[in-house]
Write a protein that binds this ligand. Structure first.
Ligand code: HEC
Length: 108
C-alpha cells in the first residue's frame, strides 16, 4: 500500500529513469509487471511457461512486438479468441506494453 503513490508516478510518467524514495522505480516497475503476469499464470503457466503439449502457447521469450500486436488484435476483435478477447479488454495500453516487456525478457 505504501508503494501506491510511487506506482502512480511511475505509470503516469511512463518512465523508469526518475528517482524516488526507498523502492527504486525499477523495483516498482518489476513488481507491477509480476503482478500483471500472475494474471496469466493460470493458463499460460508460471512465468509464462506451459507444459509440453499444452494447447495454450507459452509466453516466455515471445517477441515483444508480436505479443503487443496479438493482444491488441484480441482486444479489438480482429483476432478470434476463446478467452483472450475478454482478458485483453480488461487491460490498458500501458498494461499490455508492460506485460509484453516482462514476458519477452524471460528465457523460453
Ligand atoms: C483463462 C485462460 C487464459 C488466461 C488467464 C490468459 N490467457 Fe492468453 N491465451 C489463452 C488461450 C486459450 C489462448 C489462445 C487464443 C484464445 O483462444 O483465446 C491465448 C493466447 C494468448 C496469446 C497469443 C499467443 C500466440 O502465440 O499468438 C497471447 C500473447 C496471450 N494469450 C497473452 C496473455 C497474457 C499476457 C495474459 C495475462 C494478462 C493471458 N494471456 C492470460 C488463455 C488464457
Amino acid at each position: 500500500m505504501r508503494l501506491k503513490p510511487i506506482w502512480t508516478a511511475v505509470l503516469m510518467s511512463g518512465c523508469v529513469a526518475t528517482t524516488a524514495g526507498a523502492a527504486t522505480p525499477q523495483d516498482t516497475v518489476q513488481l507491477h509487471q509480476r503482478a500483471l503476469a500472475a494474471m496469466c499464470a493460470n493458463c499460460h503457466g508460471t512465468e509464462g511457461r506451459t507444459v509440453d503439449g499444452s494447447a495454450i502457447p507459452s509466453l516466455a521469450g515471445m517477441p515483444r512486438e508480436y505479443m503487443v500486436t496479438q493482444m491488441k488484435a484480441f482486444r479489438e476483435g480482429t483476432r478470434p479468441a476463446t478467452v483472450m478477447h475478454q482478458i485483453t479488454k480488461g487491460l490498458t495500453e500501458e498494461q499490455i506494453q508492460s506485460v509484453s516487456t516482462y514476458f519477452s525478457s524471460l528465457k523460453r
